[in-house]
Write a protein that binds this ligand. Structure first.
Ligand SMILES: [Zn+2]
Length: 405
């Protein structure tokens, strides 16, 4: 994958493509075409996702309207209640949410939502953006189905500048009016198979969807280009293992594409020996990391390989918040590659994630290292990474996948 091709793909895909949208489908068709241009036939595989269309979202603070976006899939409501700012999550602070609309500091995670429900909150407010940015962007959030588990609560997302003012001005009463239609829609994975000499397979994942404000160049068209780079290489190079490339949809909505794949292919997972995931590479700034959800030996292997190749890499053992995780949860060892940029040099999930934070030469170098690593794995006499999950990773997976607090 050369620099010119890389920049062309970034240019062709410089649009918002949230999971389940028509724009996501357009990007899926584009990736399928990229494979077709290499003479390979990828398949677009749809899966169901919850969708909603909001017709009204109004947020008022002591009678003054504040710009907001209503939470998708949170139901329709009209609720007025005292404002409560939940700064801490100790049991005393949480006991005060009863009957209040709660300004959350933390975003709406699973345990936060459960706490709100259990303690009788009337609604919630989250905020994002940055007090020091010139824009007043507001990200479109949703109440994820694996968070709500059927419980609904009215919620809005506002800009951080307005959240600060709610507290600074001692706002007493807030009101949320939310009207929406909820339905089941379709997102999709784009899957390309390259059979090997043996039935055992290595699976590759990279999500191509974005969040609502983002062109998702860094997060994660960069990873999708990484997969295209691997495809381009291995179509002309031998591989003992079969290769399955999955460009996943709706990762940003809670790994929905990789979860859907794992749920629909229980039997096929038995032949998958290893998962290689790419989520955010090739940025101008940042360090290269390899997060291994596997036995510790892989960490040492990658670190040695970095030294051998003269390529800086920080390898460590952990669960990575990306599409590798549903596979790891099925006992498939996984590695996630990323070039992790400091937040003050490249941010994600906002309108600043564009090609402006990318560097084609870094893309080429990162893809080259991932290709060299992959070449060894897929031509191994036997995949050296044990196909089992150590106990410390099982514990982390339980927490990440919300089975344990
Ligand atoms: Zn990502």
């Amino acid at each position: 994958m050369n620099a010119e091709k890389i920049m062309q793909i970034f240019a062709d895909t410089a649009y918002v493509r949230t999971g389940g949208s028509d724009a996501e489908l357009k990007a899926a068709e584009y990736l399928k075409q990229c494979c077709a241009d290499m003479g390979l036939n990828a398949e677009i595989v749809p899966f169901e996702v919850p969708m909603a269309k909001i017709s009204k979202a109004v947020f008022e603070a002591d009678g003054v309207e504040i710009p907001c976006k209503g939470y998708l899939c949170a139901g329709s409501h009209e609720v007025e209640a005292p404002l409560y700012y939940l700064t801490n999550t100790d049991s005393y602070s949480k006991s005060l949410v009863k009957g209040k609309i709660v300004l959350l500091e933390t975003g709406l995670g699973y345990w936060t939502f459960r706490d709100l429900i259990e303690n009788g909150a009337a609604g919630f407010i989250t905020f994002d953006g940055n007090a020091n940015y010139a824009d007043r962007d507001i990200d479109q959030k949703e109440l994820r189905s694996f968070v709500s588990k059927g419980d609904k609560l009215p919620g809005v997302n506002i800009n951080a500048k307005d959240a600060i003012q709610l507290i600074n001005k001692d706002v007493k009463t807030v009101k949320i009016t939310l009207e929406q239609e909820e339905y089941t829609g379709e997102s999709r994975n784009v899957i390309l198979d390259m059979p090997g000499e043996i039935p055992e397979t290595v699976v590759f994942t990279a999500h191509y969807d974005s969040t609502s404000l983002s062109q998702g160049a860094y997060d994660n068209m960069s990873g999708a280009i990484g997969l295209l780079g691997l495809i381009e290489y291995f179509k002309d190079h031998p591989h003992r293992y079969g290769l399955r490339f999955i460009f996943t949809g709706s990762e940003e909505r809670g790994l929905l594409g990789s979860k859907a794949y794992c749920a629909a292919n229980e039997e096929a997972l038995k032949d998958i020996m290893f998962c290689i995931n790419i989520d955010m590479i090739g940025s101008i700034m940042g360090k290269f990391i390899a997060c291994c959800t596997s036995e510790i030996d892989l960490v040492h292997y990658v670190a040695y390989m970095g030294l051998e190749k003269g390529f800086g890499v920080h390898a460590y053992q952990d669960v990575y918040s990306s599409d590798s995780t549903p596979f790891a949860d099925k006992g498939i060892p996984a590695i996630s590659f990323a070039r992790s940029a400091p937040g003050n040099t490249a941010t994600i999930h906002n309108s600043y994630d564009t090609v402006a934070v990318m560097k084609a030469e870094h893309m080429v170098k990162d893809i080259d290292f991932i290709t060299a690593f992959t070449d060894r794995m897929v031509n191994a006499v036997r995949c050296p990474v044990k196909r089992e999950m150590p106990d410390n990773m099982k514990d982390k997976l339980d927490k990440y996948l919300l089975r344990k607090r």
